[in-house]
Design a protein around this ligand. Sequence first.
Ligand code: HEM
Length: 447
Amino acid sequence: MGTPVLDLADVQGLIVRGYAMPVARHLLLRIDDPAAGRSLLGSLADGDAGGLSVTSGAPWEVKPDCCLNVSLPAAGLRALGVAAESLASFPAEFTAGAAARAERVGDVGASGPQFWLPAFTDPGFHLLVSLFGQSPAAVDGVTGRLTARWTPGLTELARLDAAVLDGRVSHFGYADGISQPTIAGAPPTGVPDGMPVAPTGEFLLGHPSQHAGFTYPVPSPPVLGGNGSFAAVRVLAEDVDAFAALLAGQSAATGLPEELIAAKFCGRWRNGTPLVLSPDTDSPDPPLAPEQLNDFDYVPGDERGLACPMGAHIRRMYPRNSRVAGSGGHLHRIVRRGLTYGPAYDPGHPHDGIERGLLGMFIGVSLRDQFEFLMAEWANDGLFAPGLGRARDPVIGANDAGPGTFTVPGAAGRTVLSGLPRLVTTRGGAYCFLPSLPALRYLAAGR
Ligand code: HEM
């Protein structure tokens, strides 16, 4: 097959553009009647579901009140009647599913699939409808119209809501949603990074990837696989009590200020200021303009991690031009679409027992080379970079497999923080396929 034409109107918008919506809802559905599932997908692809349609990557003149995207785990493709030989052409990690791959990505102990929200391990989880809205009312309105549209024939297994916190911060208090890869052929990202543009084929199937001469195999038939992508859907609970205690304890033990420790863990101060641009304060003078927040590199200048430790979350997740095994700093980029769930943490009322965290989709053309690689090699192992040993990511690392350590290099020597607990626990995971709009029509036709 030749390279499919990249028409942004044919691809799901979620893959190629950030919606910057404050509210999200994910509906996990079972397809009881394949004809009902096919009919829903077809009408959403064609925009004739009573004004509801899948949001594509095409530019909009007026920002919609609500965007809608659909994705399916392998069981959903099966439930729609996709032929066995077609399913067999999908990547093995996708057909195995997130629960089967849990150990590889550090979903062990309390993060194991046996403790996930039941819908994620329900064999009847077939379809994920994701809504992103300007307001709760916009999302409620679309939910109501959808529910009326799919009843009977589809059953809602779970409804997961998420919304931005004031200041677009994560529950740990860090500004989030700053850095995204720029994808060739896609709209520009909000905060440019001056880094190499990611080839289209890292995020849409059928286009050349960044590995010379290599295009990820397109599941067959090409109309189903081409211009599709994959998402690791994750419900990640953040233990803010543990995080606060960790900062206080490590500060007392080392003499480093709590805010500096928080910044070293992430690679950015909590207000988003990158450590490499401002190692000593979150309020540089003159202040950084918003468009500067992502315009930095670790080398030349911070080879030793004196500003941003190699083990910091963002340096692990995207080392830019840092020295890493295989010189692969740019090879495992990922698109992140996520919002927080649960109420903001109130330090005045700690230990409230309320679950809060991040509900996210981590998108790329290869679950194995992007999401799983990031989790297994760069978050939960340190052998890819000099000086890390086996230390794990301080924010998302699977530190229940043994208490973590974190090294803060300094001009006068290094400070090693030890006894780091697991801060982020997986509460649900799914590997979903994001079909192109022609692929949704193909699925709807039931061929
Ligand atoms: C609850 C869990 C998580 C929290 C609290 C968290 C927090 C953050 C924060 C505060 C940033 C900096 C803001 C930005 O650059 O946009 C960031 C960046 C990033 N995170 Fe996470 N994250 C989480 C999970 C993950 C996971 C599971 C992955 C990968 C599978 C990941 C990959 C990344 C990447 C690729 C970046 C951008 C790095 C860069 O381009 O400089 N994060 N994260």
